[in-house]
Structures are given as structure tokens and as C-alpha cells.
Ligand binder design. Structure first.
Ligand code: UDP
Ligand code: MG
Length: 336
């Protein structure tokens, strides 16, 4: 029987991980058990079309530490993460991928940093991008640079592999926004944070579920939800063009007054095209923010839980509350 208050929760979002899920979970469970403290493993099946859910149901029959949730459809990793965090009950919560790209050996180290070092957040930082292409590495680097410049939060090497203390999890649950960006928001939290380096392992099986389009969406979403600098850039560009046109007008007038002919049909067309393009990009940027506001005002839940397979524990509410409240969870005990 699972103890009422596990010391450690391990949250794993899983989408199309059937191929290797069982092996991953066995390894994670063994590593966690080596700590000798009560723990729970929460797996959130993010509406996988494959056998992920039947496998979880099967495992939950025998494993008292396992609590499995199935979302009503694919909500994306952020939604699945939120579901796992909301349901977690441990004094410390570790969030990691279900494909063993986040090495389980780090679990005891992270746990010790929290229990003995008193850290609220332990960030596992990628030393090397495992099996990614040159193009993707380049793109990631560019994105990190833009993010650091716009938002001021260092993203290079950051991953979703983290340990959070109960107070960090509760603070995260207080964020009212619907469009969440776990990695960035945890940095924003502050609290006592530390980094732990690790090498990204190749996937245990299957393939990455992120298409290029999804990554681009995530990148835009993260910048837009953290910074209004793109909007200010539109204004700055407008001023730049105003100054340029004033100088240009002065020059034209000067040429006219000094008896020269004003020519330049091509220049006019080019300028029109340029201004048209900039206006459209500007509108697009404003549109991104309007879309974001539209998404936020609807206040839809971040996820819906369709089913739970946790025969050994109390069921959790079926979906998250519209008005977030701090979950009533056991207070953190003194670190042992
Ligand atoms: N994931 C998810 N929902 C999705 C896509 C991915 O829950 O829509 C999970 C996936 O099962 C894995 C983690 O998020 O545990 C990271 O996904 P993936 O390995 O595909 O990404 P990568 O490691 O390439 O960044
Ligand atoms: Mg992965």
C-alpha cells in the first residue's frame, strides 16, 4: 500500500512511448527505490494513439508506486506536465522525459541536493545535445540567443528535467496563464536554484514527437509569453522609417530647389514594397499578442483527465480548477 505522503514524486509526460515505456519505468523505479524513501511515479499519457495507455494500466495493477493518468486528447507536453504536477503529492517532485533521454542516475543526485542542500529547484543542464542534427543544433542556439536577449532568462542547455520542491510546485500552480512554458517559468520563479550537468542520451526507442512546426510554435509562444520587446521593435522601426523619410524629403526638396529633376520610379516602388512588408510583419507581431490574449481570456483548462489508473491511491479531481488555488498538500518536512 502506498504511503499517504510520498517523499518524492516523479512526473513523466508520455506521448507515443509504448515501445520502451516499460523498460524506462523499470529503470526509473529501481533508481528511485535505491533512495530508500517513499516515492510515487506519475505517468501522464498525453492522448497517445499507440499502446501507451494499456501498458500503463497493466503496470498499475502490480506497482503500488505507479499512478497513471490519461488525458482526453493530445494536449502537448506542457499540458501533460501540468497534469502530473497538479496530481503530485511528494515533498519534492522530479519532472523528466519518458524516453530515458534524461538519465535516471541523476535522480539520487537531485534528491540529495534538495534534501541536504536545501535547494528548491535543481535544473539538469544539458552538456551536449544527444542525437540532434547540425541544423537543429544551430536553430536551437539561435533561439536561445534571441530568448536571452529578449527575456533575460538564460536558456542555453536548459531542459525540462528538474527537481522542484513542494513550494516551487505550489508556486507554479499559482500561475494563472493558460499558455505555460515550464522551462522559462521555473527560471522566472527565483527561489534557491542550482544546476547539475548531464549528457543527453539517445532516445530509448521511437522518434521525437516534435515536428519542426511544433518547435517553431513553441519558440514563438515562449518569446511572446515572456516579452513585449517584439512589439516595441515595431514602434522603433516605425520611428526609424520616419527619420529616414524626413531626411529623404529634405534631400528631394534640395534637389528640386537647386533646379535638378527628381527621378526614381524604381526607388518609389522599392520603398513601397519595403514599407508594405514591414507593416505586415508589424501587424503579424501585434496579431501574435492578440491571439495570446484571446487564448488567455477563454480560460480553458490546460488539460482534461479522462481516466486514471491508480488503484492504490486516492483519486484526484478530474480536471484542473478554473481559479487556481494552492493545493492543500502536506507541508514539507525537515530535510533528512
Ligand atoms: N510529449 C508529450 N506530449 C507531446 C509530445 C511529447 O507528453 O505532445 C512527451 C514525450 O513523451 C517525452 C517528452 O514529452 O516524454 C519529450 O518529448 P520528445 O522526446 O519527443 O522530445 P525531445 O526529447 O526530442 O525534445
Ligand atoms: Mg526525448
Amino acid at each position: 500500500m502506498i504511503p499517504v505522503a510520498p517523499r518524492l514524486s516523479i512526473v513523466l509526460p508520455a506521448y507515443r512511448e509504448a515501445e520502451h515505456l516499460k523498460l524506462s519505468l523499470i529503470e526509473i523505479r529501481e533508481t528511485a527505490a535505491s533512495l530508500g524513501v517513499p516515492f510515487e511515479i506519475l505517468v501522464v499519457d498525453d492522448g497517445s494513439p499507440d499502446n501507451t495507455w494499456p501498458i500503463l494500466q497493466e503496470l498499475a495493477k502490480d506497482w503500488s508506486e505507479l499512478r497513471a493518468f490519461r488525458l482526453s486528447r493530445n494536449f502537448g507536453k506542457e499540458g501533460a506536465l501540468a497534469a502530473g504536477l497538479d496530481a503530485s503529492r511528494g515533498d519534492a517532485v522530479i519532472v523528466m522525459d519518458a524516453d530515458l533521454q534524461h538519465p535516471p542516475e541523476l535522480i539520487p543526485k537531485m534528491y540529495r541536493l534538495w534534501a541536504d542542500g536545501g535547494y528548491d529547484v535543481v535544473n539538469a543542464v544539458k552538456r551536449e545535445r544527444g542525437d540532434e542534427s547540425w541544423f537543429r543544433r544551430r536553430l536551437t542556439r539561435l533561439y536561445h540567443r534571441i530568448f536571452a536577449a529578449f527575456v533575460g532568462v538564460k536558456m542555453a542547455g536548459s531542459s525540462d528535467f528538474k527537481l522542484l520542491s513542494r513550494s516551487a510546485v505550489d508556486s507554479y500552480a499559482l500561475f494563472p496563464e493558460r499558455n505555460i512554458f515550464f522551462r522559462g517559468l521555473i527560471g522566472w520563479l527565483g527561489l534557491k536554484q542550482t544546476d547539475l550537468m548531464f549528457d543527453v542520451a539517445p532516445r530509448a526507442g521511437g522518434q521525437t514527437n516534435w515536428s519542426f512546426l511544433m518547435l517553431a510554435k513553441l519558440a514563438i509562444n515562449s518569446v511572446v509569453s515572456f516579452s513585449t520587446i517584439p512589439l516595441q521593435m515595431v514602434t522603433l522601426l516605425g520611428f526609424g522609417f520616419l527619420i529616414f523619410s524626413l531626411v529623404f524629403a529634405g534631400q528631394t526638396l534640395w534637389v528640386k530647389l537647386s533646379g535638378g529633376a527628381v527621378e526614381g520610379f524604381a526607388t518609389v516602388i522599392l520603398l513601397q514594397l519595403l514599407i508594405g512588408a514591414i507593416l505586415m510583419i508589424g501587424l503579424g507581431i501585434v496579431g501574435q499578442y492578440v491571439a495570446k490574449i484571446f487564448d488567455e481570456v477563454k480560460r480553458r483548462p490546460r488539460y482534461l483527465i479522462q481516466e486514471e489508473a491508480s488503484p492504490y491511491s486516492e483519486p484526484v479531481p478530474r480536471h484542473d480548477k478554473v481559479d487556481p488555488v494552492v493545493p492543500q498538500l502536506p507541508k514539507r518536512k525537515n530535510a533528512s
